[in-house]
Design a protein around this ligand. Structure first.
Ligand SMILES: *[C@@H]1O[C@H](CO)[C@@H](O)[C@H](O)[C@H]1NC(C)=O
Ligand SMILES: *[C@@H]1O[C@H](CO)[C@@H](O)[C@H](O)[C@H]1NC(C)=O
Ligand SMILES: *[C@@H]1O[C@H](CO)[C@@H](O)[C@H](O)[C@H]1NC(C)=O
Ligand SMILES: *[C@@H]1O[C@H](CO)[C@@H](O)[C@H](O)[C@H]1NC(C)=O
Ligand SMILES: *[C@@H]1O[C@H](CO)[C@@H](O)[C@H](O)[C@H]1NC(C)=O
Ligand SMILES: *[C@@H]1O[C@H](CO)[C@@H](O)[C@H](O)[C@H]1NC(C)=O
Length: 441
């Protein structure tokens, strides 16, 4: 999503210099004793790699439909001792709700507390924070979708890569889309990808590429390349980068991170796009997702942002058509799972009442449940986005604390239960689901 408030928040962080000094001191303490934060590996749950067979995911030998959520802020919190407990609180609460997958950022390029400070230069302190996030997720039986770069400016994104190339005097162009076609920038990004995938986790001792806690890699959040509406530039980039990931890591699933817009060469599907502009962004859902190196397709659902002036009923109608159309693509054309990796309704919008948000969620979860029940390709839904209490500065218009509103909480847990009835209870869910699923039904 477009996260305007995030950049404000990042700017604001710059003013807390004394806090940073104090945090650095605490970080020192943590680097010395930090391993105590995660319990020993023997206590952690056994997880297997998630695989794909046709249009479905499998884990531990059983079919796996995903009830998941986004918390993009994990690494950034784990680096700061004072805020780190929020990561555990979120994972613990999510596991209790029967959620199984979290999508989060494995990048921070050149921003405050950057993981990649400049091309090829990494901050070990921040890498250790990402190590902790992965180890802590494993401990709660939660798998992670790790995204590798942002198309948007938050946490650096492609704009930062272009700036770096410019600063080093080797940039071809100042257009932020040169991220996709400048050979030097492509080299920067590949180097980044390789460093992350082969990172040896200081908590678990596992290289990331060998760690089944990672559900999948995502190449880029919401790629658009508007300077080439034919879509060729982005397509070539996805081909190159997805092959590169596969050359290093054959264990994990890989997705692109698309919003799901249909491209201009697809007149039949263009009618499903929100509006005309959506075909001119340089992305093409079918073409981009059809590559053999891409294991499943990703789609976002944001009627609030995609239409200027829609009634609530129109939004529901659009969401339904949009989701069903993509599931159909998974069945008939792509023959791959389709994951709805972001969906939300803006809460700050005065027209949106909380009960409407519940209705929107319910519509989506209902479709996903039916897909699971009929062994279809709609393989998962991932809420945008969950926070814990007192995180207003991390809220865009979409954040919710899921346990603050019982009706929303019930929707989510109910979905975990009915998916479990379809596919069985995952080992990581056993402790939690029995407490609320199989009581009264
Ligand atoms: C994939 O699914 C098909 C059909 O359900 C089944 O026959 C096949 O054995 C499965 N393949 C693997 C590798 O699990
Ligand atoms: C990329 O550059 C274009 C043109 O300067 C600008 O409109 C757009 O907002 C930029 N996008 C990002 C994500 O920086
Ligand atoms: C998708 O890829 C397959 C296999 O490479 C190919 O046969 C098929 O024509 C492609 N479909 C589309 C719509 O591009
Ligand atoms: C938005 O839609 C409402 C109801 O359909 C209408 O009354 C209003 O004039 C519209 N506003 C704009 C800016 O188009
Ligand atoms: C879905 O698959 C399961 C096992 O893989 C099978 O038992 C069930 O009958 C299938 N359901 C439908 C509706 O095809
Ligand atoms: C819970 O799921 C069942 C189907 O398994 C559905 O009939 C019911 O309406 C759901 N309840 C809520 C609160 O979503």
């Amino acid at each position: 999503m477009v996260k305007s408030r995030r950049s404000k928040m990042l700017a604001r962080n710059g003013m807390f210099y004394p806090i940073i000094v104090f945090a650095a001191f605490l970080a020192f303490i943590y680097l010395t004793f930090g391993d105590l934060w995660v319990s020993s590996p023997e206590e952690t749950l056994k997880l297997s790699f998630v695989e794909r067979n046709g249009t479905q995911f499998y884990a531990d030998g059983q079919v796996f439909y995903v009830n998941g959520w986004n918390s993009y802020w994990f690494m950034e919190h784990a680096v700061d001792v004072g805020r780190r407990p929020r990561v555990r609180t979120m994972l613990q609460a999510a596991a209790k709700m029967g959620l199984t997958v979290c999508r989060t950022w494995a990048f921070n390029d050149g921003a405050y507390n950057a993981l990649q400070i400049s091309p090829g230069k990494f901050d070990e302190r921040v890498f250790r924070a990402l190590d902790l996030v992965i180890a802590e997720a494993r401990r709660h039986g939660i798998r992670l979708i790790l995204c590798l770069v942002n198309n948007l400016k938050a946490y650096g994104g492609k704009t930062q890569y272009v700036k770096w190339a410019w600063q080093e005097g080797i940039g071809l162009s100042s257009s932020n889309d040169s991220f996709f076609y400048d050979p030097n920038i492509r080299r920067y990004f590949k180097n980044y990808v390789k460093t992350v995938l082969t990172r040896k986790n200081t908590v678990t001792g596992l290289e990331y590429r060998d760690d089944p806690t990672i559900f999948a890699w995502e190449l880029i959040n919401e790629p658009r390349c508007m300077t080439d509406p034919t879509g060729d530039t982005l397509q070539v980039w996805i081909e190159e980068m997805s092959s590169f990931v596969k050359s290093i890591d054959r264990n994990h699933l890989l997705t692109v991170g698309l919003e799901g817009f249909y491209g201009p060469k697809d007149p039949k599907r263009l009618k499903i796009n929100p509006e005309l502009w959506a075909a001119d962004l340089g992305s093409d859902f079918i073409r981009n997702s059809n590559l053999s190196t891409i294991d499943f397709a990703s789609v976002h659902v944001y009627p609030d942002h995609w239409f200027k002036n829609q009634t609530f009923q129109d939004k529901l109608k659009f969401a339904r058509k949009w989701i069903l159309s993509h599931i159909e693509d998974g069945e008939r054309v792509l023959k791959k799972p389709i994951m709805f990796t972001e969906f939300g309704l803006a809460g700050e919008n005065k027209e949106v009442e909380p009960y409407q948000r519940d209705r929107f969620f319910k519509l989506i979860l209902e479709i996903m449940y039916k897909s699971a029940k009929h062994n279809k390709s709609g393989a998962g839904s991932v809420f945008w986005q969950f926070l814990v209490e007192r995180m207003e500065e991390y809220n865009d218009e979409f954040g919710i604390v899921p346990w603050e509103r019982p009706s929303t909480y019930n929707l989510i847990t109910n979905h975990s239960c009915r998916l479990a009835r379809v596919q069985g209870v995952l080992p990581s869910q056993q402790e939690h689901l029995k407490s609320f699923c199989f009581k009264t039904q």
